[in-house]
Design a protein around this ligand. Sequence first.
Ligand SMILES: NC(=O)c1ccc[n+]([C@@H]2O[C@H](COP(=O)([O-])OP(=O)(O)OC[C@H]3O[C@@H](n4cnc5c(N)ncnc54)[C@H](O)[C@@H]3O)[C@@H](O)[C@H]2O)c1
Ligand SMILES: [Zn+2]
Length: 347
Amino acid sequence: MRPNTMKALEKSKPNEGLWVVQAPVPEIGPDEVLIRINKTGICGTDIHIWNWDDWAAATVPVPMITGHEFAGEIVELGRNVTGLEIGQRCSGEGHLIGTDSRQSRAGKFHLDPGTQGIGVNEQGAFAEYLKLPAFNVVPLPDDIPDEIGAILDPLGNAVHTALSFDLLGEDVLITGAGPIGIMAAAVARHAGARNVVITDINADRLKLAHHVVPTVRTVDVTAEDLQDVITELDLKEGFDVGLEMSGSQAALDQMIEALVMGGKIALLGIPPGKSPVDWSRIVFKAITIKGVYGREMFETWYKMIAMLQNGLDVSRVITHRYSVDEFAQGFAAMKSGLSGKVVLNWT
Ligand SMILES: NC(=O)c1ccc[n+]([C@@H]2O[C@H](COP(=O)([O-])OP(=O)(O)OC[C@H]3O[C@@H](n4cnc5c(N)ncnc54)[C@H](O)[C@@H]3O)[C@@H](O)[C@H]2O)c1
Ligand SMILES: [Zn+2]
């Protein structure tokens, strides 16, 4: 029996925090499915919404059920939905796209300029039930557990960024050992990079990076000079590819210095505001820079599931698991800067 109400974590008022509420179970349209949520991941975006910083206050209407990283099971199908079944385990793309833009009509759905996000602009996944367009559903194979399903969204950020440039045989520098940087290190290794170096200013994060990807060379840039690491690894001219995953201007500057002539940078990290960039250095080094947003629909999802089935292991990036009733502890763990991914259990 379909209940009328459900437990949800909601931004109920424009203050710090989230609140547990009983919300109506969403009614689905003809092209949508209803998903019973089993596990959700807490994202940095959810922390912005919890804190109610300037970005959140300007972006998120209240009330809003937050959350966009999830795994669950389809429990209802809209009347036009084909190719999916009740009981299908799934995750899904939380970016809701339009179909009218030039980019969408060209099949580049992830570049649709009108993209809306579940848990940000539309009711999200921190709830017992989630309404989602069937188009956005990504079925989970039996060998991918729900807790990995719940972190496919950020793993997808890592995969999208890491696969922006050919990594086979290349020396790769990742700045920022947050959960996404660490997962990118695992992906770069899996994709055949020769050396993978990851920097941070937080020793605990670097310890976690080493725990998740034992073959990665970690660098605490407060204690060690990247140029010494380049010498130690015998890189001669520097790194071939940089993946910026900190949002820090200092990290980007270091990356530009540490790259070879003609090097490539994929930028995922979001700086807090405008920041000065030494453009002449980028020009004279003939560096290519690519901005990365979200995940490619659905090529990133295809690749990451294929890599997970082919031995990519990011499971140790999940450091904390809580039941949804302990959500405050989950958010505290995220805010401590000591955690990797934090997963909430809804069943
Ligand atoms: N473009 C997108 O679609 C997208 C999607 C998700 C996240 N993001 C961004 O990607 C970044 C990574 O996400 P996350 O969840 O792993 O973030 P996070 O905040 O957990 O990790 C960032 C890490 O960078 C480290 N750092 C700070 N200054 C540094 C410096 N000077 N050198 C090296 N490291 C430094 C921090 O200590 C932290 O460990 C964030 O900036 C986030 O906002 C972008
Ligand atoms: Zn996220």
